[in-house]
Design a protein around this ligand. Sequence first.
Ligand code: 0YR
Ligand code: MG
Length: 370
Amino acid sequence: MKIKQVTPFILHVPVTGSQIADSTHSITHWGVVGARIDTDNGLSGFGFTGTHAHLPSDQLIARCIATCHAPLLAGEDAHDVQRLWTKLARNPALQWIGRAGITTLAHAALDVALWDLKAKAAGVPLWKLLGGQVRERVRAYNTDIGWLSIADDKLVDGARRAVQEGFSGIKIKVGSTVERDLRRLEAVRKAIGPDVTLAVDGNGKWDLATCLRFCRGAEPFDVYWFEEPLWHDDVKGHAQLARATTIPVALGEQLYTQDAFIEFFHQEAIHWVQPDVTRMGGLTEVLRVCEAAHAYRLPVAPHAGDMSQVHVHLSYAHPAVQVLEYIPWIKDCFTDSAEVHDGFFRVPQQPGAGTTPTARAVQQYAKAVA
Ligand code: 0YR
Ligand code: MG
């Protein structure tokens, strides 16, 4: 299965209700920026990273794929996922100028495309290739009802609706003012009752003093986790917060390497581990993080930069994963979409990693790569 061609692509797909916001970003589209890898046995693999759909920066990723990474893959055996991961991680064109950021997002798309090919060549869905189904069902939690841009009364309505649809977990954004966020948290908890898990996500906005104040007010409402309370790289601050509150700390969506996660594990600064295949140089590096988390007996809840198209395979196959994020923006763009029924993800059935775009999605959402 020799690699013949690598072709980048960019899709910009609208979010729910035309615009959403968390504490740090306001976006109208999700960017699906990736590559198709064609091989000499006629198979094509697809992989992508997730972005905020800023076209010039998406074009940098596409260009990085095409001009810096793709030449290293030409003629290689696409089965050799592990070896090719290392080859791209040590790319002489990139290592000096970027061990994280655009270069890693580009790497992520290609690593996932190789896993997609490997599973397609084996004729099985990726979860089967990863070792088989370790759990009967993967529990979903709904993030799409909880944006900071949603007015207080609408937030409560949406939370109720999600529970009626069968979700046993939801997440709401925080990071505006402590007072407003606590009011919203209390209202949502009252509306959904005690049996639904309720997480909050700060997207790295607050400092430690603000987080401590928020946690003191939030503790009575049985918060499942506080996600990205502090700046993404602040290990010491997260360790301090973890010691000071009964609310579990979750993070990882902005970490690029297993080394970064290991430091949080060592310093007891994390309770929920949230790696993302679209950020970390692909599934290969995320699997290392999942193994390490499992060894530390920490639960994994993958972050949905892929809107769970790939993570649903990981979640069915890896014993460390306990729950998976659900955001429905891009699922209909793929031939095997990450659907939730009665609060659980459907088991993917098609060969591959769930990353093959439909012709219709390409026709509707494609942007020029350069
Ligand atoms: C919007 N999920 C997240 C979205 C989401 C962000 O910026 O990208 O809120 O990735 O934190 O847990
Ligand atoms: Mg988050």
